[in-house]
Design a binder for this molecule. Structure first.
Ligand SMILES: Cc1cc2nc3c(=O)[nH]c(=O)nc-3n(C[C@H](O)[C@H](O)[C@H](O)COP(=O)(O)OP(=O)(O)OC[C@H]3O[C@@H](n4cnc5c(N)ncnc54)[C@H](O)[C@@H]3O)c2cc1C
Ligand SMILES: NC(=O)c1ccc[n+]([C@@H]2O[C@H](COP(=O)([O-])OP(=O)(O)OC[C@H]3O[C@@H](n4cnc5c(N)ncnc54)[C@H](O)[C@@H]3O)[C@@H](O)[C@H]2O)c1
Length: 445
């Protein structure tokens, strides 16, 4: 065999495991058909958070008008985009270099299976004892007449000039985060949801709050509307839909979800089972062919399809292959965040589930309007909800605030490690800080 382990794809689900595997003596290869580092590094999380940063700052500056700050600086989209390019363009190169520096063979091109131990890339065949499919997802494209006029998240992350009017199809993570960026950068923004449900992964109360804030920021939500066709008329795109819906716009962003990259792999030929949600695996992350594994977004799974989850699965495979063990994957508590301004972040038991089961959970609410420390930023919508089980153990939390990522990150170890009162009491945080005030929400004696 040429290799012990060959990864198809080079994203978070690949390199997090490939590097320790190689450093522990396994002969490892990574095949990549596009940019090394995958979506998160090149056309996802990282690019998005660079574009978001000044926008988040501006929202905070706006909150402090007449409270120490006079005037709001202008956002310069061209300069911001140039800054993003400067930070992101070289990621592909750096990610490849990291693999090479760790004695991993990199193979450029698209891989397809020939048999259970062999893949072919650019006409050349490579054999490996184990193969890990880590091919991730790509943007879904709605299947309606005129959809070729639409853009996806990758295109949006490189827009040189912000269009006057942007219309977004879908009401999930990408739709709301990109709506927030486009609106703050001066575009008129519509979000079109085919149903009444917005952000299905977050509880109703907080979804209603963030939608109401975004409406005040000028974003228009059009619900229960299915766009059925698009045409180009002069310089405008005209959308038509159910119930006589019609709208003219400059730019359409299709943010209707993401689909698994399976088509090029020749999976049917070797009998690997997959669904429209991805590749089916067991709790060892083995596919229906036992020497072929899958990791990251490409898996059909209940866990959220996020970078930290892909990285966890990749590290799990490294542990399994290095130690030659067969211990099932044991997912920890996963937190999720919507990077709008303010942020919406949650961890553990979902609030809607807790409210539906008062026999199992107690819920406590904290309104930040009454908290002097939080009010240093004169924030008007901040709120935290903590969820406890009947043994008074913290099992979930959700926060809407400019600091929600810090609060929820503070609570992750409390929940995952099931810290008791004495252990919590021993954590001495900096004062004043979000971490300190968050800890004070719990009983420490
Ligand atoms: C706009 C956007 C914003 C996001 N923001 C966040 C965020 O803030 N936080 C967060 O946690 N997650 C975020 N995500 C999700 C995150 O990007 C993914 O969870 C993560 O990238 C998954 O990593 P992966 O390795 O499984 O797949 P990917 O990163 O998709 O990598 C798969 C790789 O496989 C390659 N490939 C595919 N087919 C083949 C083939 N046949 N041969 C060779 N190579 C192939 C692809 O080119 C790609 O490089 C965001 C996603 C998007 C789209
Ligand atoms: N902050 C973050 O962590 C972050 C940010 C962006 C993306 N992501 C990851 O990427 C994934 C994909 O995000 P996303 O926003 O593309 O998907 P999503 O699943 O969050 O949202 C898709 C939206 O499109 C709608 N939709 C689906 N098909 C449609 C159709 N045919 N017509 C109209 N609407 C349709 C859905 O109802 C939903 O509102 C997320 O689930 C998450 O795993 C994470």
């Amino acid at each position: 065999m040429d290799f012990d382990v060959l990864f198809i794809g080079s994203g978070q689900a690949a390199w997090n495991g490939a590097v320790p595997m190689s450093n522990n003596g396994l002969k490892v290869a990574v095949v990549e058909e596009a940019q090394y580092g995958g979506v998160c590094s090149n056309r996802g999380c990282n690019a998005k958070i660079i574009l978001d940063h000044p926008i988040d700052l501006l929202e905070q500056v706006k909150s402090l008008q007449n409270r120490g700050l006079d005037g709001v600086p202008a956002l310069n989209w061209q300069d911001l985009m140039a800054h993003k390019h400067e930070l992101i363009t070289n990621q592909n190169y750096h990610n490849k270099e990291r693999l090479v520096a760790n004695n991993i063979t990199t193979i450029d091109g698209s891989a397809k299976f020939i048999d259970r131990h062999t893949v072919q890339v650019n006409g050349k065949q490579y054999t490996s004892e184990k193969i890990v499919i880590a091919t991730g997802l790509r943007p879904n494209r709605v299947n309606i007449p005129g959809a070729d006029l639409f853009n996806d998240s990758t295109n949006f992350l490189s827009i040189n000039k912000m269009p006057d009017h942007i219309t977004i199809l879908g009401a999930g993570f990408v739709a709301l985060e990109f709506a927030a960026i486009a609106s703050a950068a001066g575009a008129k923004v519509d979000v079109i949801a085919r149903s009444n449900r917005i952000l299905k992964d977050f509880p109703n109360k907080y979804v209603n709050k963030i939608v109401s804030i975004m409406k005040k920021q000028g974003i228009r939500f059009i619900q229960s509307t299915v766009v059925e066709q698009a045409t180009k008329e002069n310089e405008l795109i005209v959308l038509k839909g159910n119930n006589g819906f019609s709208l003219s716009t400059n730019y359409v962003l299709d943010a209707t979800g993401r689909v698994p990259n399976v088509e090029k792999l020749n999976l049917e030929k070797i009998g690997i089972t997959y669904t429209p949600q991805g590749i089916v695996v067991n709790d060892l992350l083995q596919t229906s062919i036992d020497n072929v594994y899958a990791a990251g977004d490409i898996i059909d799974k209940k866990m959220p399809k996020l970078t930290p989850v892909a990285a966890f699965e990749s590290r799990y495979l490294a542990d399994q292959f290095i130690k030659n063990t067969t211990v099932s994957i044991d997912y920890p508590t996963v937190s999720t965040i919507l990077f709008t301004s303010p942020r919406l972040a949650q961890v553990g038991v979902n609030l809607d589930e807790a409210l539906a089961h008062p026999d199992l959970f107690d819920v406590e609410n904290f309104d930040y309007n009454k908290d002097w420390y939080r009010q240093k930023s004169n924030e008007s919508n901040g709120e935290l909800t903590l969820i406890f089980n009947k043994e008074r153990q913290l099992v979930g939390a959700i926060e809407l605030s400019v600091n929600a990522e810090n609060t929820i990150n503070t609570l992750v170890p409390y929940i995952e490690l099931k810290l008791n009162t004495q252990q919590l009491n021993r954590l001495i945080y900096l004062f004043p800080s979000i971490e300190y005030t968050t800890q004070r929400r719990l009983s420490l004696v």
